[in-house]
Design a protein around this ligand. Structure first.
Ligand SMILES: *[C@@H]1O[C@H](CO)[C@@H](O)[C@H](O)[C@H]1NC(C)=O
Ligand SMILES: *[C@@H]1O[C@H](CO)[C@@H](O)[C@H](O)[C@H]1NC(C)=O
Length: 280
């Protein structure tokens, strides 16, 4: 029996259950032997907000206690999202293809690093156990979470960034000069004992308010405020619990899926570092 909340869930997402449903029903301890590691990859077909269907990869690593989500947009941009539960860090990376015929470089990388909160995404250990019955099904999120605007006012030094999260060194290697975070996240990490010397304030908020948006700037050498938006088309954001007569407590029996969009803005010293940003 499932909770009332799962009524009206579309068929496609019903088919995506936590496989260990049976394992949990049988009460088997997780893994074989203590501390057994789990790495798993799930590939799902998802519909982007723009309407196209793309493949998304969801990798979970229970050793690292992390989840990596990757998807390629129709324009070739590769979007990666890493949730590092150990360090309370999430990393968004965009590899944006340049338009070679316009003399732009092959690609440009951006990294946005912010605090990972509890309950933003399911635990890595549950993610590692996720299986789907019908890999051809195009997944639709059950919940569309609101657009989040993030004002990135701090630069992260790449060579020290590994201390914030070991993933940063791999993921942001192409974005050495474009790793951004926020003061409010930095305050939280400092309380966790992270070294402050890797963070450097970007030109101040007030000054930025005086700066034009890059879309309004023609001179490619002028500083401006750049925007970048990205979307996590489909991800397991919550565990569902079911009740059963023969069990004293509710047990995990599935997931709830979400979609979420983020809009980052940040200072760039030169308009040419933000060529995608065009005035509407
Ligand atoms: C980043 O940190 C390294 C090591 O502390 C330092 O040598 C380097 O100058 C820093 N880079 C910037 C851009 O501040
Ligand atoms: C954990 O993550 C790091 C950084 O991404 C990676 O180099 C390492 O191989 C991972 N460890 C395991 C056990 O997968």
């Amino acid at each position: 029996m499932c909770p009332p909340g799962s009524r009206g869930v579309p068929k496609a997402s019903r088919a995506l259950l936590l496989l260990p449903l049976l394992v949990w029903l049988l009460g088997t301890p997780r893994g074989v032997g203590a501390g057994a590691s789990q790495r798993a990859e799930l590939r799902v077909r998802v519909r982007l907000p723009e309407g196209q269907v793309t493949e998304e990869s969801l990798q979970a690593d229970s050793d690292n206690d992390s989840i990596i989500l990757e998807l390629r947009k129709p324009d070739g941009t590769l979007v990666s999202f890493i949730a590092d539960f150990r360090k309370y860090v999430k990393i968004f990376r965009a590899l944006i293809l340049g338009e070679l015929e316009k003399g732009q470089s092959q690609f440009q990388a951006l990294c946005f690093v912010t605090r990972l909160h509890h309950n933003e995404i399911i635990p890595s250990e549950a993610m590692a156990k996720l299986r789907q019955k019908n890999p051809r099904a195009v997944r639709q999120p059950e919940e569309v979470r609101g657009l989040e605007h993030l004002h990135m006012d701090i630069a992260v030094n790449f060579s020290q960034g590994g201390l914030l999260s070991p993933h940063l060194r791999n993921v942001c290697a192409e974005a050495v000069d474009a790793i951004y975070t926020r003061q409010e996240d930095v305050w939280f990490w400092l309380q966790q004992g992270v070294d402050s010397s890797m963070f450097k304030a970007l030109p101040k908020d007030t000054e930025q308010a005086l700066l034009p948006h890059c879309g309004q700037v023609e001179d490619l050498g002028k500083p401006c405020v750049c925007h970048y938006g990205l979307n996590l088309a489909w991800y397991p954001c919550m565990l569902k619990y079911c009740h059963s007569h023969d069990r004293p407590v509710p047990y995990k029996c599935g997931i709830r899926s979400c979609q979420k969009s983020y809009n980052f803005n940040f200072y760039v010293p030169q308009r040419q570092l933000c060529l995608w940003d065009e005035d509407p």
